[in-house]
Design a protein around this ligand. Structure first.
Ligand code: C2O
Ligand code: CU
Length: 474
């Protein structure tokens, strides 16, 4: 079926514009992290479709999707109390933050899940500035699909000059004809074994299309976040050339314009962009999301005024200040680890280990809903996939021997490509790596953050279906 998209006219447009403006004004206030902030995970409703369509019951932080935009100062203590008002246990994971291990929010590995009615105190100081996000790490495939996520922005002490700093958080929902989340298919074996839960409705910041008012001559900083369960999404800005200045929160040494001006994000990946508004007053340009099957408009820039002074368009793209992340790798004396991804539809393994026992593939599917493995092991192994002495460099050679792409996410550390079977490695620090089918890439990092860290596919049905493991730094 098709769900019609919101067409902005008059009042609706003005309302959307006001919402976005309020968001950007808030962003300009100086950050203080001092107060304890309560964040309640609870049931709510969202207007994912056009205004007069039925509202969608969701689970959200403060009942909203996305949850509140948390903006904090780099290196300063953050205090957030998660209150669980959901009908099931939950946690919060601060995706991409190089955090103290006990605050990483992984149910069953770094904390016990927070049961309904309980509270958990998250206390940490984010070391790196950049664009991050928060989401549950318990039944993530379900809780994220229901709307539990929000942006987590760590502001630079000296941010580059921009006229607007906007979060664009994109999601892919699977809704039924009544506009409600299709619950029957949550965690279905078909989604687990194929591409994950792919939706039929895209949203930008939890709504249908958004009008974003801009002034001719303005410079925007856009923070793109892919919050979809499993959809790889390509974003283009009609008539504009985006310059990528950061990926997964970490600043680039050399900003670049992506090929075809398309910013492609696997689930959980982020990109910070500088986009100069070089059209004239009156222009309305589309923000398009390429789902691989079609291109959909998820928003528009509406040029409503002239900026007083015009900047030099697409010159002097600012470099973000460096983060204190350890970047010096000792590749010659690195620990080498192989990570082989197997399983899934069309390439299933015959047998694998699960919870310390050997199982045939059929049994795994039928009785445990598992079909993916790392190094022949399905789900969280009893001993870590890699045991790394603190301070050592690790090289992980990842080979995707499945018929599907994956979004490999490392907790606790960012990693960088150091070798690739078919091209020169990309010089970016990332917490989530898109692995195309058949791809072989070696990533490296300095194990500086002690603790037990997960690594898993961020296509959440794959994670649920066995593509999850952990490593220990000690
Ligand atoms: Cu964004 Cu282990 O997660
Ligand atoms: Cu995957």
């Amino acid at each position: 079926f098709t769900i019609t998209r919101r067409q902005f006219t008059g009042g609706a447009s003005a309302f959307a514009a006001a919402t976005v403006l309020a968001g950007s004004l808030k962003a300009q206030q100086p950050s203080t992290n001092e107060q304890v902030r309560r964040l309640t995970a609870k049931l709510g409703e969202a207007e994912l479709l056009e205004t007069d369509a039925p509202r969608t019951p969701i689970w959200g932080y403060e009942g909203h999707v996305p949850g509140p935009e948390l903006r904090v100062a780099q290196g300063k203590p953050v205090a957030i109390d998660l209150v669980n008002s959901l009908p099931q246990p939950t946690t919060i994971h601060w995706h991409g933050i190089r955090i103290d291990n006990s605050m990483d929010g992984v149910a069953g590995l770094t904390q016990t899940p927070v049961t309904p009615g309980e509270t958990f105190a998250y206390r940490f100081s984010p070391p790196d500035a950049g664009t991050y996000w928060y989401h549950p790490h318990n039944r993530t495939w379900e809780q994220l699909a229901r709307g539990l996520y929000g942006p987590f922005i760590v502001e630079e002490q000296q941010p580059p000059p921009c006229d607007q700093d906007l979060v664009l958080m994109i999601d892919d929902w699977r809704l039924g004809d009544n506009g409600h989340i299709d619950e029957a298919s949550l965690g279905s074996m078909h989604d687990i074994s194929h591409a994950g839960r792919l939706g039929n409705v895209l949203t930008l910041n939890g709504r249908g299309e958004q009008d974003i008012p801009v002034r001719a001559g303005q410079r925007l900083r856009l923070r793109l976040i892919n919050a979809a369960n499993a959809r790889i999404i390509g974003i283009t800005f009609e008539g504009h050339v985006p310059m990528v200045i950061a990926l997964d929160g970490q600043p680039l040494d050399r900003p670049f314009a992506p090929g075809n001006n398309l910013v492609r994000l696997a689930p959980a990946q982020r990109a910070d962009l500088i986009l100069d508004c070089d059209q004239d007053v009156g222009a309305q340009t589309s923000i398009l999301a390429d789902t691989g099957r079609e291109k959909l408009r998820i928003g528009r820039f509406v040029y409503h005024k002239e900026k007083r002074e015009r900047p030099n368009i697409l010159t002097d793209i600012p470099l973000l200040p460096q983060n204190p992340m350890p970047v010096a790798l000792d590749l010659d004396r690195a620990i080498n680890v192989d990570l082989e991804m197997t399983g899934g539809a069309m390439s299933a393994f015959e047998a694998a280990e699960y919870k310390g026992k050997r199982y045939g593939a059929r049994e795994l599917v039928r009785e445990h809903h598992k079909i993916w493995a790392f190094n022949g092991i399905v789900g969280m192994p009893q001993s870590p996939l890699m045991q790394i002495p603190l301070g050592k460099t690790v090289k992980v050679r990842i080979v995707n021997r499945t018929a599907w792409p994956h979004a490999m996410h490392f907790h606790g550390h960012h990693v960088k490509e150091v070798a690739h079977a078919r091209r020169t490695p990309l010089p970016y620090w990332r917490d989530t790596i898109l692995m195309e089918r058949g791809e072989e890439v070696t990533v490296a990092f300095l194990a500086h953050n002690p603790g037990r860290w997960m690594l898993h596919c961020h296509m959440l049905e794959h994670q649920a279906g066995g593509m999850s493991s952990w490593y220990e730094v000690a």
